[in-house]
Design a protein around this ligand. Structure first.
Ligand SMILES: [Mg+2]
Length: 339
């Protein structure tokens, strides 16, 4: 049986079917951004793992290793933030292919250390092993959250506002830019390589930032989202995750999705729709969350947050609303064919 025929949700359902948690201190197992474990009276421990394989998650021909190390830490820690938590420790494991030299490994770990330092995360362990194929990286992020502030994917309620941080799609455009450069270097296309003016797109692809500033700002404003997820696989996929776990539908307004002007500019150049880049591109590591409609003004006052739609009753499904009022059913394309 071809796994891709199941789609991502179907595959996860299948491998997790029948897994039940029997320990009293396992508060939440599979099914959210991070597992939740009860360790003391005030806070929960959070744990999340991410894996990055050469040729799938990254291409070493255009990914500086220092950036790769930094990005892997951000990607893993972002799942802790998605629980409204603080990332505190990581373990970093690596499968080394023969072509990785000591200098390359040093560069990779330089990026890991830079991210840890920037976000006050301790590197506390990991494993190293030879890899027969490409470079493989696995990061486990550990963090904590005050018990009554934990935010799951499943808390979105009808009429809640859908909110998103930062802007979306630029990381995907950055990837397209790097891929074009690679084709130029390989002599496969003739266009002159051009990065000038598109530094922002490269920055978003190669050097994503951890949005702990938003988590802190929400906390200061006394806002606890009703549900939250980080945007690693594209907005469409993440909205569908929230809808599915919360048992709700959603309306997402196309012209409210925050997309940078650089994203539009480069999209024009290569004929890629920036809205599609935001919906299906991935690698943004921004946060998608819901708040009660009564918090509309409070959320806007936080800054750097856009309200892009609202939650609906489940029977309405999840759809994108176009400026002319038309509705397009949301599908996720971040992984092989969806259910
Ligand atoms: Mg996540």
């Amino acid at each position: 049986m071809d796994i891709s025929s199941l789609g991502e949700f179907g595959f996860i359902d299948r491998i997790t079917d029948g897994i039940s948690c029997t320990r009293g201190d396992t508060i939440k197992g599979v099914g959210d951004d991070a597992a939740v474990i009860d360790k003391d009276s005030d806070s929960y421990a959070l744990i999340s793992s991410d894996m990055f394989l050469e040729g799938i998650a990254f291409d070493l021909t255009y990914t500086p290793l220092k950036h790769l190390g930094f990005k892997c830490v951000v990607a893993a820690a972002s799942d802790i933030l998605a629980m409204n938590g603080t990332a505190e420790q990581i373990t970093f494991s690596i499968g080394l292919s023969q072509k990785v030299t000591m200098e390359m490994a040093d560069e990779l770990y330089e990026g890991v250390r830079a991210a840890c330092e920037k976000y006050s995360i301790d590197l506390v362990g990991g494993d190293t092993t030879p890899s027969m194929t490409g470079l493989a990286i696995s990061v486990t992020a550990i963090g904590s959250v005050v018990k009554d502030q934990i935010t799951y994917r499943n808390g979105a309620k009808n009429a809640d506002l859908l909110c998103v941080t930062g802007d979306l799609g630029a990381a995907f455009m950055g990837l397209k830019l790097l891929e074009r450069e690679k084709r130029v270097l390989n002599g496969n296309i003739e266009a002159a390589p051009k990065f000038d003016g598109y530094e922002y797109l490269l920055e978003r692809q190669l050097h994503p930032l951890l949005r702990c500033d938003v988590i802190e700002a929400l906390d200061k404003s006394g806002i606890v989202p009703t549900s939250m997820i980080d945007i690693s696989d594209g907005l469409a996929s993440e909205v569908l995750h929230l809808c599915r776990r919360s048992g709700v539908g959603a309306r997402l307004y196309l012209n409210k999705i925050p997309i940078s002007s650089k994203c539009f500019e480069f999209g024009d150049e290569i004929n890629v729709d920036p809205v599609m880049a935001a919906l299906n591109g991935g690698d943004d590591y921004e946060l998608l969350f819901t708040v009660p409609v009564g918090r509309y003004e409070d959320v806007l006052r936080v800054g750097g947050i856009d309200v892009i739609g609202h939650v609906t009753a489940p029977e309405k499904g999840a759809a994108l609303v176009t400026p002319d009022g038309g509705e397009i059913t949301l599908t996720a394309q971040g992984w092989p064919a969806q259910e």
